[in-house]
Write a protein that binds this ligand. Structure first.
Ligand SMILES: NC(=O)c1ccc[n+]([C@@H]2O[C@H](COP(=O)([O-])OP(=O)(O)OC[C@H]3O[C@@H](n4cnc5c(N)ncnc54)[C@H](OP(=O)(O)O)[C@@H]3O)[C@@H](O)[C@H]2O)c1
Length: 264
């Protein structure tokens, strides 16, 4: 039977756009209490307003940079002033920076990816775990990627950190065995969010090309899945889920409809 998410404390990192913002809205519609973090606080506040309209029992926002331990610690401290338990932790903050080959890679891009996708998950989980381990049925849901399962040219570090995320998820599940806390990795393929604009450093033409001629996943698609996972009964743990749009049969096999000819 479905577990009600009404009144549950749901903490989402990277809630200012994309999957994170869409997920906040879906949990809001379930009547959850939301703890939202990201660096762009103005965007978080706008998401929080929408969440209240959608039915959230409460929304709280705080600046969070998962790439800095002091910021994560301050966020966790703030969380403890609001609640002594977290029911759902969604480690979503992250993304790809650049698409250079190893030979042409930039230190700043590599460091940003390792700091947010890999160390960010570690820092946030370490800081929030004390609010979860006495709470059987709680869920930790990490956002991985198809890139963590299959390598592609220009994706070396992004593939590497998402692969690490999958292994961290698996190790954490073993470490939490017996606590009743569930740990899962949700691994999306092509999805249209701000992801490509970040990867291509604001180049809208390159970003649009990623989604040309196909119907990609949306933030809502992933948000629905996260709500589904968190609302399973406490004895059900969804360990790993690879989710792709139908057009993406595999990382290197994406079916694109040809563009319609221009009208004379
Ligand atoms: N879209 C895809 O195709 C796709 C596929 C598979 C996996 N993913 C993964 O899904 C997750 C969400 O990405 P998205 O597609 O929703 O892209 P997005 O729209 O760019 O959202 C990324 C979110 O992460 C936050 N973030 C990034 N670095 C952060 C940091 N250092 N500290 C705190 N927050 C940070 C951003 O907020 P601020 O900038 O405000 O901090 C933003 O809210 C990422 O982990 C990404 O790798 C995406």
């Amino acid at each position: 039977m479905k577990t009600s998410l009404a009144g549950k404390w749901v903490l989402i990192t990277g809630a200012s756009s994309g999957f994170g913002a869409a997920t906040a809205l879906k949990f809001a519609a379930e009547g959850s209490r939301l703890l939202l973090g990201a660096r762009r606080v103005d965007r978080l506040e706008a998401v929080a307003q929408e969440c209240l309209k959608a039915g959230a029992a409460a929304t709280h926002v705080h600046r969070l940079d998962v790439s800095e331990t002091p910021s994560v610690e301050a966020f966790a401290q703030w969380t403890r002033t609001l609640t002594d338990k977290v029911d759902v932790l969604i480690n979503n903050a992250g993304g790809a920076h650049g698409i250079d080959t190893v030979a042409n890679g930039k230190d700043a891009d590599w460091e940003a990816m390792v700091q947010s996708n890999l160390l960010g998950v570690m820092r946030v989980t370490r800081a929030i775990l004390p609010l979860m381990v006495q709470n059987p049925g709680a869920s930790i849901l990490n956002i991985g990627s198809i890139a963590g399962r299959v390598a592609y040219e220009g994706g070396s570090v992004y593939c590497g950190v998402k692969s690490a995320e999958l292994m961290i998820t698996r190790a954490l599940r073993l470490e939490l065995s017996g606590t009743g806390v569930r740990v899962g990795s949700i691994d999306p393929g092509l999805a249209e969010t701000e992801f490509s604009m970040v990867r291509f450093k604001g180049d809208a033409t390159k970003s649009a090309k990623v989604y040309e001629g196909l119907e990609p996943l949306t933030g809502d698609d992933i948000a629905d899945i996260l709500v589904f996972c968190a609302s399973r009964p406490p004895h059900v743990c969804i360990d790993e889920l690879l989710v792709k749009c139908t057009a993406q049969a595999a990382i290197h096999k994406v079916h694109r409809q040809p563009a319609a000819p221009a009208k004379a």
